[in-house]
Design a protein around this ligand. Structure first.
Ligand code: AVI
Length: 335
């Protein structure tokens, strides 16, 4: 097997059997992350087709309150949101970053369409599969909706959209995706967003709030083992895309939540001393028994942290929507 640019060819006796396209950033992450102490792989790479499928299942797990909480908020607040997005019924462009399957957004689309709101929907996703599925579904449900999908990097898509229309942009960044950033990355992300928006544009972000630590801990330790499968799938992806030989049964999922930092952290734990070959990278990785790979941070916020985030990046907080339990907040930032 050899890597040519970003393509790996599976060859036996010089006969190419399969050709898998591998994201160069993934190659780089595996190469550098498995050499760090402690070992680290970013949760950015969880979302191959299988990872996306498992994440859909997590969103329905009884312990994973985040999706239900946000769905409730959007359902309860949809009229108020439309009023803020288009106070005088003017047209606007709803740009969704990391659209996924758009489950919660479809609730808004349905309501906005019923109200005959004048808007275009621009879902942006780096996963072509997820985007294609969403677009096909939205087209089928609302054939007259102006649809402007972008299979691109978030900021490149925003810049391009700005050139194409002068309508107010309302950016959706839902689902607590912001929690997967390190604190500095989050501030940087909103600063970059601010620079690409015009005065009057809006950003609606889903933040998971700090609450009883046991509730948060359970959300990342579901009884069906979905979160474990989600975490382990990263090793399966390395096996498939980089010709590695991780034995998934020799690794466990371990989660911590610190109420002091507000960080839920996911780890993979080597259950034994072992050696793993990543053949496409010509790399041998040694694990001690009990050694971890840190894979994800899911940060939980306080209200004042969210207000500071807005302030540090130049936005003002223009709306605060929460569920009855106070578990989750969708917060409107205005440029
Ligand atoms: C996508 N992201 C907001 C999820 C979270 O809660 O951090 C991913 C996830 N990881 C484990 N369960 C869900």
């Amino acid at each position: 097997m050899a890597i040519h640019g970003n393509t790996i060819d599976d060859s036996i006796d010089n006969t190419v059997l399969t050709s898998v396209t591998v994201d160069p950033a993934f190659v780089d992450e595996v190469r550098t992350g498995l050499q760090k102490t402690p070992k680290r792989l970013s949760s950015r790479f969880f979302y191959d087709a299988e990872g996306s499928r498992i994440f859909q299942a997590i969103m329905h797990a009884p312990e994973y309150y985040l999706t239900r909480s946000e769905y409730d908020i959007l359902d309860t607040s949809k009229a108020d949101l439309l009023q803020r997005f288009a106070p005088a019924g003017e047209d606007f462009e709803l740009v969704e970053l990391g659209a996924g399957d758009g489950l919660k957004t479809k609730l808004l689309l349905r309501y906005f369409a019923e109200q005959a709101a004048d808007f275009a929907y621009a879902p942006v996703d780096i996963s072509a599969d997820a985007l294609d599925e969403l677009v096909a579904d939205v087209r089928q449900q609302w054939p007259h909706l102006r649809l402007n999908p972008r299979h691109d990097d978030y900021f490149a898509a925003l810049e391009q959209l700005a050139q194409e229309s002068s309508a107010r942009r309302v950016v959706l960044f839902l689902g607590s995706n912001v929690g997967n950033f390190a604190p500095d990355e989050a501030a940087d992300f909103y600063r970059q967003l601010y620079d690409r928006l015009r005065p009057g544009d809006l950003v609606l972000t889903g933040f998971d709030l700090q609450k009883h630590p046991a509730i948060i801990h359970a959300a990342y330790n579901d009884r069906q083992g979905l979160t474990k499968a989600f975490n382990l799938n990263l090793l399966r992806r390395i096996n498939r895309e980089l010709d590695a030989d991780f034995d998934l049964a020799a690794f466990d999922h371990y989660e911590t939540y610190s109420p002091e930092t507000g960080e839920a952290r996911s780890y993979l734990v080597s259950q034994t001393a072992q050696m793993v070959q990543v053949r496409a990278l010509n790399m041998t990785v040694l694990f001690q028994s009990g050694e971890i790979i840190h894979t994800e941070i899911s940060r939980k916020f306080t209200r004042s942290q969210i207000e500071q985030l807005a302030q540090r990046s130049g936005f003002s907080v223009a709306g605060w929507f929460t569920d009855t339990k106070g578990y989750f907040a969708d917060v409107l930032f205005a440029r």
